[in-house]
Ligand binder design. Structure first.
Ligand SMILES: NC(=O)c1ccc[n+]([C@@H]2O[C@H](COP(=O)([O-])OP(=O)(O)OC[C@H]3O[C@@H](n4cnc5c(N)ncnc54)[C@H](OP(=O)(O)O)[C@@H]3O)[C@@H](O)[C@H]2O)c1
Length: 256
């Protein structure tokens, strides 16, 4: 790997790193040389995934429930016990909720907003001391928030809270990018289109739904793990050192 993309000596945290997009990114960061912590609620999945990903580099599991501010505080406290500085924070854990407009529950709306927006704010807030220790002029610390093209386009299907939550995350990222640039912390957003995961398997498992879905994508296919990993490596490495406040769609042209 070219040194421009090397993450040797860097430490990363990927929230929701046990499956789907988080796992793709965790593997990529490990392959580029970073030490990676992954977290999720399911302790068994955390330890199993960390052990599988250890084939690519030094990977550790931390169990965390980010559905409350206390969860973000506990995660930061656990990390502070283990590391001196955090070079790369990938806020990936996220959720969705689909229901007809007339019966869309406030409970679902609040769950999506809490995990997709509030918990990202809490994680950044709680992990700021470790990020501040990592960032310097030559190599800023990196916050990479996983947004969505659903926060850019008007295609919402029946997931009424999801697009607004991601649009809010995009805006929060721009605000924080502007504020934290002075402290050598870059904040960017990866805005995926479709990638295979538990969240999207209801489409992947239904050939008709899959055909309808890919017909809407200019490249006529879903994204691949290595494509997501390579973008995350770019943002985390020298390739992304002079980039902050960007919302980057990776979606086969769907946002067009
Ligand atoms: N897949 C796509 O096509 C797509 C497109 C655009 C954007 N995205 C975004 O990409 C991110 C990852 O999505 P995905 O599709 O990979 O989803 P996924 O397969 O459902 O994975 C979600 C991850 O987050 C963890 N998680 C969920 N709730 C949590 C909580 N309260 N606290 C801590 N961890 C939690 C899950 O583990 P536990 O359940 O064990 O906690 C899991 O590791 C999300 O932000 C999503 O909105 C996905």
């Amino acid at each position: 790997m070219h040194s421009y993309f090397s993450l040797q000596g860097r430490t990363a945290l990927v929230t929701g790193g046990t499956r789907g997009i988080g796992r793709m990114i965790a593997q990529g960061l490990l392959e580029a040389g970073a030490r990676v912590f992954i977290c999720a609620r399911d302790a068994e999945a955390c330890h199993e995934t960390a052990s599988e990903l250890s084939a690519f580099g030094e990977c550790h599991a931390l169990v965390a429930d980010l559905s409350s501010e206390d969860g973000a505080k506990a995660l930061a406290a656990a990390l502070e016990q283990r590391i001196e500085q955090l070079d790369i924070l990938v806020n990936n854990a996220g959720t969705t909720w689909g229901a007809p407009l007339e019966s869309y529950p406030v409970k679902g709306w609040e769950k999506v907003m809490q995990l997709n927006v509030t918990s990202v704010f809490s994680c950044i807030q709680q992990l700021l001391p470790l990020l501040r220790k990592a960032g310097n002029d030559a190599s800023p610390a990196r916050v990479i928030n996983i947004g969505s093209v659903a926060g850019i386009t008007s295609h919402g299907e029946d997931a009424y809270a999801y697009g607004p939550s991601k649009a809010a995350l995009h805006q929060l990222s721009r605000m924080l990018a502007r504020e934290l640039v002075a402290e050598h912390i870059n904040v960017n957003v990866i805005a995926p289109g479709r990638f295979p995961s538990k969240m999207t398997r209801f489409i992947a498992n239904d050939p008709d739904a899959m055909a309808r879905d890919t017909a809407l994508i200019p490249m006529k296919r879903w994204g691949r793990g290595e494509e997501m990993a390579a973008l995350a490596i770019s943002l985390a490495s020298t390739a992304g050192a002079y980039m902050t406040g960007n919302i980057i769609p990776i979606d086969g042209g769907f946002h067009l």
